[in-house]
Design a protein around this ligand. Sequence first.
Ligand code: ATP
Ligand code: MG
Length: 437
Amino acid sequence: LVPPLMQRQGEYVLKRLQEHGHQAYFVGGCVRDEIMGRPVHDMDIATSARPEQVIDMFEHTVPTGLQHGTVTVVAEREMFEVTTFRKEADYEDHRHPTRVEFVDGLLEDLRRRDFTMNAIAGDAGGNLIDPFDGKRDIEARILRCVGNADERFDEDALRMMRAIRFASVFGFRPVKSLWKALKFSRSKISFIAIERIRVEFEKMLLGPDPLRGLALLQRSGLLPYIKAPVPSAALRPLAGEAALTAMRTLAAVPPEEFPELRYALLLQGIGVGGDEAADLMKRWTFPNAIAQRTADLIRFDELWKNRRAEAGGSGPLRKQWVELQLRFGKQMAALWLKRERTRLAVEFTEDPDKLQAELELMKQSEARWHEEVPVHTLKELAIRGEDVIRSMGRKGGPWLGMLMGRLLFLVASGELANEREILLEQAKVVVNEDGTS
Ligand code: ATP
Ligand code: MG
């Protein structure tokens, strides 16, 4: 479950630390994931060595978080975060400690960790040091704080969001005392920076059971206290056929490949339109590109539904498809088709024959659209903007871009042949019609 090179290099780092007279263990997520039989993606190491000593001991290190006692050790192509045993002191305003204190023993280092399953250490021989019975909780699929839940959430309110993330991603049941403490402390989430909340939210939403995560989040009562806008519909239990379909589709799209599909479905499920989506996501500190793609996906869907309704809901809708493809680009169209396929799969789970028929229909129309759409970009048109300017004897301006877009649409939708003379002729007609002089 640990990639062999990572395991070998990790053991090498432990050994080297020990040879220099220090204690060293694997800790946190990697130990937990290994016990759970999940693939390990990185290995964190805790040690009694001070950061300066770690830096001296290895050839290639990066001082990634010296103020927290963390040095990244690079061994061949593998990287390990090596952190000095520490406890956290002086929590202020229910968030990040302002100061960390190095401590002598592993036990104290494990005690500062959030949940029992995250407070297990392992040595190079695979022996576990598990003072809080994390393994027992993992086996019982239980989420429990290390120590008193009220105190732990009071120290660092982000742990409440992490609790919901872990409960949802692993399908663990929070113990009663944890859930009670979480509800009691929920207003303190307002002290936490939105980007830290977003990181946990993302892991939850892109995990294997986002609907459980969203349900827990709703039941927790955290949402109203998060210091970034949360659409009002998200605060109420979801209702309505469209919302439910969006949510069920959300759970069925593969998140690794297409995170923006999940975001788009969630936002649509809670009634956020394409024009509000990008702004909302940016305030939640999502990267700009993801925010834009998510908003475009929603707009694509909205526009498609509008056009279909205008056309009376039937027929091949070829022109409408061409319009959307030109407007949003092929990639967005492909992403939206992925969404549609998933939606069909969700809607017709009970009726595999119908599903097969629908998917086949979609495949055929896709192939036809693809073959039949002769041009996709302005570059492929038989004339350039300069040709129009020359033939019409006019100065360039915004009218030209609009005209070229119109010509592209006419050629793409099959109404006009992609030939120079025909296009120049049509250009005159369009300009006269629009009266854009
Ligand atoms: P993932 O697989 O998502 O990386 P992880 O358990 O490794 O999960 P990280 O956020 O990478 O989570 O944190 C590494 C370890 O640091 C955790 O396992 C936990 O022991 C400790 N930790 C992280 N955040 C907190 C926190 N807010 N309070 C207490 N301990 C924490
Ligand atoms: Mg981690």
